[in-house]
Design a protein around this ligand. Structure first.
Ligand code: FE2
Length: 279
């Protein structure tokens, strides 16, 4: 238990009004470096899986769907879609989606009760760490991530997902920082990404209007910044065309007191029960 609030009233108000909050210097340079180093090791350890990644031909789509859809309780590697962009570890797009449970270094990180406090302060009464992603956003080839709401992919009833996005390196306009629509979390959920019952996935439209295309602001951050992202906040990132890397680690947290549907794309086995920040 904690005795004093970690987020100030102004910070909480900002999050409630805008749907995001930047917390600079949340991680130390050493903490950032520990994750960056371990991610580099994991890329090599997963080398044999590089060819299972996201390809574009029809036959390979089936394989990559399977690889993707069964990754919720594993540590898997995903490659940039354009196979001509490089020939080595440079093509790695991300590692996911149960790093935080299965990898010793990521499981230990971050050992900070502050995160449990923050989760409670923003209204998650029983946090469950549903998904982790190590995002490489490689120099020159790191692909864009189009506008989306995280609740599209991690739907709960009622909605509860919050993204804890840790910038491990500076994210700027040049190397593909996040962009977010202030207040856009009040627009409701526009779609759900679900298993289609035939081994694939589909989007179900929910809103009558699409996500706005204008009004987004860049979230430029220094290394070590924690960015909180409301699950309904529209956000995206542009491709990284710079020579600078932009590595980040994201954990998506749901409230375990909500209902998590079986048709959500990400599923975990009973042998890997959801845990909170402190266990
Ligand atoms: Fe996202």
């Amino acid at each position: 238990m904690y005795t004093s609030p970690l987020l100030s009233a102004d910070q909480l108000r900002f999050f409630e009004e805008n749907g995001y909050l930047l917390l600079p210097d949340f991680l130390s340079p050493d903490q950032c470096e520990t994750l960056i180093h371990r991610a580099g090791e994991l890329v090599e350890e997963l080398r044999k899986e590089w060819d299972s990644a996201i390809f574009t031909t029809r036959e390979q789509t089936r394989t990559s769907n399977e690889y993707f859809l069964t990754s919720g309780d594993k540590v898997r590697v995903f490659m940039e879609e354009d196979r001509d962009t490089g020939s080595d570890s440079h093509r790695v797009n991300k590692i996911g989606h149960a790093l935080h449970d299965l990898d010793p270094v990521f499981r230990d990180f971050p050992r900070s009760t502050d995160l449990a406090v923050i989760a409670e302060e923003i209204g998650i009464s029983k946090p469950g760490l549903m998904q982790s992603m190590y995002i490489f956003k490689q120099p020159k080839i790191g692909g864009e991530v189009s506008v989306h709401q995280d609740a599209t992919f991690l739907y709960t009833d009622p909605l509860s997902v919050v993204g804890f996005w840790f910038g491990l390196q500076a994210a700027t306009l040049e190397n593909g920082c996040l962009w977010a629509l202030p207040g856009g979390h009040k627009l409701g959920l526009k779609s759900r990404f679900k298993r289609d019952g035939k081994g694939g996935t589909c989007f179900e439209d929910l809103g009558e209007t699409p996500l706005p295309t204008e009004g987004y602001v860049p979230l430029e951050v220094s290394a070590g910044t924690l960015v909180l992202l409301h699950g309904l906040l529209p956000h995206y990132s542009e491709a990284n065309r710079s020579l600078l890397p932009r590595q980040a680690y994201a954990i998506h947290v749901i409230d375990q007191q909500t209902h998590y549907p079986a048709e959500n794309w990400l599923q975990r086995t009973d042998s890997l029960p959801l845990r909170g920040w402190e266990n």
